[in-house]
Design a protein around this ligand. Structure first.
Ligand code: FES
Length: 128
């Protein structure tokens, strides 16, 4: 991991984008990392259309506790999915997050940290 990347992750951890709650969201969902027990709660508001795959994310926020990697991943992903369709979000893979964060050579435990937000988002859109 380069120093720049480490700095960027620390900045997202210290000042996460979209941290907070949304009153009356379309979906509110909690999910935790079974390895450490850290939990995030996510709130979504959608621009709706007839086909659910074409709904777009109008607003999204998250709260919860977590390590630097899970919080930075949540911050980065919450920015990334704004305006995206459900179909776009369904295509996001773990490797995409690791690329977005410029992380490689993470242990499987740390990959679970980076993946906590994506797992939560995927769980949320399954409930639509
Ligand atoms: Fe719990 Fe990373 S140590 S999410």
């Amino acid at each position: 991991m380069s120093l720049y990347t480490r700095e960027a992750i620390i900045q997202h951890f210290k000042n996460p984008q979209n941290y907070g709650q949304i009153k009356n969201p379309d979906i509110k969902i909690k999910h935790h990392n079974p390895l450490c027990g850290d939990e995030q709660e996510w709130f979504f508001v959608f621009n709706k259309s007839k086909e659910k795959e074409k709904w777009t994310v109008k607003d999204v926020k998250f709260t919860g506790s977590g390590c630097a990697i899970s919080t930075a991943s949540a911050s980065i992903l919450s920015e990334y999915i704004k305006g995206k369709t459900i179909a776009d979000i369904q295509k996001i893979q773990t490797s995409d997050i690791l690329n977005m964060m410029d992380l490689d050579n993470l242990s499987s435990n740390r990959i679970k940290c980076a993946n906590l937000p994506l797992d939560t988002i995927k769980k949320a859109i399954k409930n639509i």
